[in-house]
Write a protein that binds this ligand. Structure first.
Ligand code: ZN
Length: 229
């Protein structure tokens, strides 16, 4: 449900953009009396049935019966949602969108902190794997599985050493250990959750690590694989 604040934002943006101009960026419109018509961008057609009414700032297609206002049009043409359309049009109109509510902001900040922590840890583990003597067990495991350095680097594999290496790294970078604990990377005593494991980041399409799966390098370890929460 839209909050009153976002209703305001929709009204403010709508008052500042012209539907005709927005539509014209995507298709040719010709004037017909008080309206404009063009070939509908949402269905195949040879004769124009897409109609824009400047006075009401609405549009209607007689062919596919799609219709709406400037937000609906941007939503459909950019394949986004209502919020995305608002953002696009607000930028064009020079309207600054209202800040998030304190709870929304808290949630978004906390997510950002966790993602930063996951990214940092992936960098740390990768560094240990290739550039530190402590990474030796990880390198040996890769070798035994015939995984080349090139492949390992492509997937940003890393090695979590025994002890408190990651905690020390975070302290040196003046980062919060609590964030690392919340991200499930570190135990309360500062030891690494993945200690003595080869670490494989699970990443999104922008290569941002979202979680880890980790394989032990110890023969006597019962739990071969563990995952971060
Ligand atoms: Zn249509």
């Amino acid at each position: 449900m839209p909050t009153p604040a976002s209703d305001d934002a929709f009204a403010e943006v709508k008052a500042k953009v012209d539907l005709v101009k927005i539509v014209q960026e995507h298709l040719r419109l010709t004037r017909r009396n008080k309206d404009f018509v063009g070939l509908c961008p949402f269905h195949e057609e040879d004769t124009p049935s897409f109609t824009v009414h400047p006075q009401t700032q609405t549009w209607y297609c007689f062919g596919c019966q799609r219709h709406g206002d400037v937000f609906t049009f941007v939503e459909l043409i950019e394949k986004t949602d209502k919020r995305g359309a608002l953002q696009t049009l607000a930028e064009r109109a020079g309207v600054e969108l209202k800040k998030l509510s304190p709870e929304q902001k808290e949630r978004s900040d906390s997510r950002k902190r966790l993602l930063t922590m996951l990214k940092l840890s992936a960098q740390f583990y990768e560094y240990v794997l290739w550039s530190s003597p402590a990474g030796e067990p990880g390198r040996r495991l890769l070798e035994s599985r015939m995984v080349s350095e090139e492949t390992a680097r492509r997937f940003q594999l890393g090695y979590a050493p025994a002890g408190r290496g990651f905690a020390e790294y975070l302290r040196a970078k003046k980062k919060s250990l609590q964030d690392a604990q919340e991200a499930g990377l570190m135990r309360r005593d500062g030891t690494d959750f993945f200690a003595e494991r080869l670490v494989i980041p699970i990443r999104d399409e922008r290569s941002q690590p979202l979680a880890f799966t980790a394989i032990t390098v110890r023969a006597d370890e019962q739990r071969k694989y563990i995952n971060s929460p």
